[in-house]
Design a protein around this ligand. Sequence first.
Ligand code: PDD
Length: 328
Amino acid sequence: MGNAVFLIMKAEKSFWKYCTILKGRVVLEWNGENSEVNKKQGDGEMKVLFNGRLMERSECAVDIEDRGYQFGDGVYEVIRIYNGILFTLDEHIARLYKSAAEIGIDLSFSEAELKSQLKELVDINQMRDGGLYLQVTRGKAPRKHQYGAGLTPQVTAYTFPIQKPEKEQQNGVSAITADDMRWLRCDIKSLNLLYNVMIKQKAHEASSFEAILIRDGLVTEGTSSNVYVVKKNVIYTHPVTTLILNGITRMKVLQLCEQHGLNYEEKAVTKDELLNADEVFITSTTAEVIPVTSIDGQTIGSGAPGPLTKNVQTALQNSILSETAKPV
Ligand code: PDD
C-alpha cells in the first residue's frame, strides 16, 4: 500500500515535470514526447489527404494488405512549408512522379491536380511553418511479391510542425561514417528505408546527428541528407548517379553556388579526403544546411562552421525568404 502511494506520487511528479504552456494551452508531455503534435493530428484538428479527399486522420483507413505497409512498395516526398507555402513544390512533385515511374506505378491524376490538393491541405490545416509528408503506394492486393494489373495507387499526405534546427545550423554537428550497404537504386525515393533507419539509429546512439555513407571507399551521401566536402575553396559533392538521391535541396544549393560564384564540382571524394576536409556540410529539406564539425570523433577543419558553409547557408535562407514571401 505504502509502495503504491509512493509510486503514484513519483509518477505524478514526473507527470508534472512534462507539463508546459504552449500558445496559451497546457501541453502534456510524457517522457518528453510532445503530445501537442500528436493531439493536433489525432483529435481531428489536422486534416489528412487520402486518395484525393481531405478527412480526419482517424477516418483514414489504410488497408492491412496495402503493398506499402507489407513490402515498402511505394515512394514518398518530404516537403518544407514556409509562410504557408510549399517550398520547391514543383521539383518535389516532379521527383515523386519520376520515382513512381521507375518502379512501375502509374499515376492516373496530373501533377497539377496533386499540387492543388496539397495546397488545400496546407491551407485547411493553417500550416505556416512545417512539413508535409506525401506517400504513394502501389495499392492494396492479396499478399504476393509479384503484382497484378489494375491496382489503384494509394496516396496519403499530412502536415506536421517542424522545429528549424537552428542550434545545429549555427554550431555544427558531429557525424559518424558507415558502409553504404543499401541497394543500387538510391536515386529512387523509395519507402524502403531499412538500412538508412538502422544506420541513423547507430549515429543517434553515438550522439551524432548523421551517418555519412561510404561505398567502395567513396562518400555517397548521408542516411537522410546529401554530403558536401570543401577543400581549397572548392565544394565537392557526389555526382547524380543511381548511388545517391538527387536532393531537391542539393539542386537548389548547386544552383545558388552557380549564381553566387562559389566553386563546386560534382565529384565523389574518398573517406580520407572527407576526414581531412577544410569544411563538411549536409543538406536536406528539413536540415537545410548543417555544418559537420566532427566525424568519427575527428575534428573537421577548424572545428567550427566554415566560411563557404556559411555562404551557402545565407544564400539558401535568402532564397527561401524570397520564394515564400507573399505579395502584400
Ligand atoms: N530525406 N539523401 C537521402 C537518402 C535522403 O533521404 C534525403 C532526404 C536527401 C535530401 O533530399 P532533399 O533535399 O530532397 O530533402 C538525400 C528526407 C528529408 C526524409 O526522408 O526525411
